[in-house]
Design a protein around this ligand. Structure first.
Ligand code: PMP
Ligand code: GLU
Length: 400
């Protein structure tokens, strides 16, 4: 049969995070003892008070109809308060759109602001879906490459050089998926000092890992002077509140952009699930104590894995300051052979070898814009993580 897929979709690959997670699931279903460190998904349960609140909202019988397209007003008011109190950001409730997870928020934003050929500056390594969503929206991702030696942070000079007449927006995440890098106030100010000369560029700040930040200083670029009226801030409940399955994210955007996003959402998905929205409100009202508890666990795991990975001579790691990923550089293994003589030519081949030999699933760096690296998610139990790291060490030692 003829290829029925649209050319637009043919231009992007399947999400490699989801593909590796699916492969791990397939192995598991065949009885293979795979430890999956591929998906960036908290292994915690959604906190009880949030689940209980969601049940109450079902029982109330009040939330069975279509919610308003941008989300319930009381939820948007709570988000506006959160932005103000925790992030020093001033978005009015009518500048907030609640969407179906931050992946959907990004899709809404890109489809609302990009014209064909518009460039979006993306700090690389980047989360895999940024490039795909920009491409689907007819934009052109323009990467700024960084290295582990600089803790994966672009210099302001690099940012300056990446800007062209076609630049419409810039996107990055802090804390960053996949590197765990946290951009400090000083870093962000240095970017601001470049962006100030380009008032037409929209800044898209993905702060979904805000609550998993071991530096204890989360700075929103939109809170810096001169940035507030041109920054779109994205956040959500998936990571900090362990609510991936509820599909709940939100956007704070300057009013004109918020109106466009509202139009986009109104013509595509409409508002997201009413009960998920009620759960989000309860999460915000309940405060960040539960997120802090989970962060403590992630920090403990980060340190355990850091110590174990540091002992593997041929990989280079940095100490991630946030999110729940390690992103080691694996260049030393490229060109190595497996015991049965197969050459490892890429991070992708290394990930497949580790899945076969160590039975540990990771995500290769190619789709994060970093073909020399591989991503290890440590959103798994301590026992699994220790076992996985030992298995990785044994399998990596077999390469020469
Ligand atoms: N941004 C980043 C940086 C992510 O890692 C993810 C993956 N969870 C998302 C956005 C999307 O998250 P969700 O759609 O679950 O809110
Ligand atoms: N964002 C997570 C990750 O990077 C979840 C998977 C996805 O949505 O791509 O693994």
């Amino acid at each position: 049969m003829k290829n029925l897929e649209s050319i637009r979709l043919q231009n992007v690959e399947e999400s490699s995070t989801l593909a590796m997670a699916a492969l791990a699931r397939e192995y598991k279903s065949k009885g293979v003892d795979v430890i999956s460190l591929s998906l960036g998904e908290p292994d915690f349960k959604t906190p009880d008070h949030i689940c209980e609140g969601a049940k109450r909202s079902i029982d109330s019988g009040k939330f069975f109809s279509y919610p308003p397209v941008p989300g319930y007003l009381d939820l948007r008011e709570a988000i506006a308060e959160k932005f103000k109190n925790e992030n020093n950001l001033n978005y009015n409730p009518n500048e907030i759109i609640v969407s179906n997870g931050v992946k959907h928020s990004i899709t809404n934003v890109m489809f609302s602001v990009l014209n064909p050929g518009d460039e979006v500056i993306v700090f690389a390594p980047f989360w895999v879906s940024y490039s795909a969503i920009i491409t689907l929206a007819d934009g052109i991702p323009k990467y700024i490459n960084t290295t582990i030696q600089n803790d994966f942070k672009p210099t302001s000079e690099q940012l300056k050089n990446a800007i062209s007449k076609k630049t419409k927006a810039i996107i990055f995440s802090s804390p960053c998926n996949p590197t765990g890098t946290v951009f400090t106030k000083k870093d962000l100010e240095s970017y601001r000092n470049i962006l100030i000369d380009h008032p037409e560029i929209i800044i898209i700040s993905d702060e979904i890992y805000e609550h998993i930040n071991f530096t204890d200083e989360h700075v929103s670029i939109g809170s810096l002077e001169s940035m507030n009226n041109r920054t779109i801030t994205l956040n959500g409940f998936s990571k900090g509140f362990a609510m991936t399955g509820w599909r709940l994210g939100y956007i704070g955007a300057p009013l004109e952009i918020a109106k466009s996003i509202n139009k986009m959402q109104g013509q595509t998905t409409s508002a997201n699930c009413s009960i998920a929205q009620r759960a989000g409100l309860i999460a915000l009202e309940g405060g960040n104590e539960c997120a802090l508890e989970m962060k403590k666990e992630y920090l403990k795991r980060r340190d355990i894995i850091y110590n174990l990975l540091s002992k593997i001579e041929k990989i280079k790691i940095n100490k991630p300051q946030g999110a729940f990923y390690f992103f080691p550089e694996i260049t030393n293994y490229i060109g190595n052979k497996t015991e049965d003589g197969k050459v490892i030519n890429s991070a992708n081949e290394l990930a497949l070898y580790l899945l076969e030999d160590a039975k540990v699933s990771l995500v290769p760096g190619e789709d994060f814009g970093a073909p020399n690296c591989i991503r290890i998610s440590y959103a798994a139990s301590e026992n699994e993580l220790i076992e996985a790291t030992q298995r990785l060490e044994i399998s990596l030692k077999k390469l020469s």
